[in-house]
Design a protein around this ligand. Structure first.
Ligand SMILES: *Cc1c(COP(=O)(O)O)cnc(C)c1O
Length: 390
């Protein structure tokens, strides 16, 4: 008998990884010599601010930082997170019991299910969404119940539409505002409804707040924890990745309810050994400098947003001008599917975008653009799109 390797069922059941297929098609077009413009992945092209890099270099040279870090994170890092939450959101956090460091928020989001979801448990999750929420659930044998985000509900899940039996059985709810991929934002009354719903049905709320610092025209998105009662039911995931152009550094945090923080920390202490301390020191510096280093990137993204949105409108596309995030969620022209629209943009204009249905069935009919290229390239994008016959 030949040696046989059989993957675990949880891997076999995974949906095909969206970006792998896009990558394959991208390479095929590139091979024809086309000058591709990639508005596919949400990864800042702007470098990490120099002051953060300098701090890393200095901290990396100190031997005390060469040993195993603690899995919960340096107390100084957790204190810096608490100070930042106080300054930015007027939310008071105990750095010891209400903050845990993460190796990027993706890690914590995926591990959250290991701490709180048993086989058969129902998890409420938006469609479309950042895929890690429902993949974490599936890995633990939980069942995802999808809440469609549509133009009609302003891309906020309709909690009243959840059947009573589902709400009764649900263990956890994932929300994410400002939102990836729709760029929608939520106001206090939505978060208050979430707290009321979650308290009534005993549902853990996980809020992914990755984009709170990327608000435009003076808009400053709020933390879920600013709402009364949020700390009783919820945990918030945050990250330095998008805020400080630090996606490669892998550092984030989860904050909020002490029992939720402790459960997540317990999972982590069994599977990882924390974040390189020099990276934590650099992150402390980033949080300390805050707006001083965030504001320049906000300006850049806002200007790019305006170029792209105006260009799309000029070419007859239907989309809103986002108040936050570096995404633009665009309705596809009538008669096309999301996949057909992205294929047309790639083949006829050399522009890479992401089909909305890749983020969930309810994303069909949309395409996601990012603004992670400079403004000259974005002007080129709008010129090229005008040439395409839809
Ligand atoms: C980018 C992104 C993350 C992951 O950020 P990391 O901290 O780099 O892991 C989490 N959630 C959403 C919605 C994102 O877009």
């Amino acid at each position: 008998m030949p040696f046989a390797i059989k993957k675990a069922q949880r891997i076999n059941e995974l949906p095909p990884y969206l970006f792998a297929e896009i990558d394959r098609r991208k390479r095929a077009v590139q091979a024809r010599g086309v000058d591709l413009i990639d508005l596919g992945v949400g990864d800042p092209d702007i470098p990490t601010p120099a002051k953060i890099v300098e701090k890393l270099m200095e901290a990396a040279s100190r031997p005390v930082n060469h040993r195993y870090p603690s899995s919960a994170g340096l107390l100084e890092f957790r204190q810096a997170v608490a100070d930042w939450y106080q300054r930015r959101f007027a939310v008071k956090l105990d750095p010891v019991t209400e903050v845990v460091s993460l190796i990027g928020s993706k890690e914590g989001i995926a591990n959250m299910a290991l701490g709180f979801v048993d086989p058969g448990d129902i998890v409420l999750v938006a469609s479309p969404c950042y895929p890690v929420y429902h993949i974490g659930t599936s890995f633990c044998g939980g069942k995802n119940y999808f809440l469609p985000l549509t133009m009609a509900n302003r891309f906020l899940p309709d909690l009243d539409a959840i059947p009573a039996e589902v709400a009764r059985q649900a263990k956890m709810l994932w929300i994410n505002y400002p939102n990836n991929p729709t760029a929608a934002v939520a106001e206090k009354n939505f978060f208050a409804r979430v707290v009321e719903f979650a308290s009534r049905h005993n549902i853990i709320v996980c809020h992914d707040a990755a984009y709170t610092e990327m608000g435009f025209d003076g808009y400053r998105p709020m933390s879920f924890l600013e709402v009364d009662g949020a700390r009783e039911v919820g945990i918030e995931f945050h990250s330095l990745s998008k805020t400080f152009n630090m996606t490669g550094w892998r550092i984030g945090m989860a904050v909020g309810n002490p029992d939720l923080v402790a459960g997540l920390a317990q999972v982590k202490s069994n599977v990882d050994s924390g974040i390189f301390q020099a990276v934590q020191e650099a992150a402390i510096e980033a949080l300390r400098l805050g707006d001083q280093i965030i504001e320049p990137s906000r300006k850049i993204y806002q200007e790019r947003r305006d170029i792209l949105v105006s260009g799309l409108h000029g070419a007859g596309f239907d989309c809103e001008r986002p108040r936050a995030t570096f995404y633009v969620w665009v309705a596809v022209p009538k008669g096309l599917t999301s996949a057909q629209c992205t294929t047309k943009l790639l083949d006829e204009a050399g522009i890479v975008t992401t089909p909305g249905n890749g983020f969930g069935e309810a994303g069909e009919g949309y395409v996601r653009f990012t603004v992670c290229v400079d403004k000259e390239r974005l002007k080129e994008v709008t010129d090229r799109i005008r040439q395409v016959r839809f």
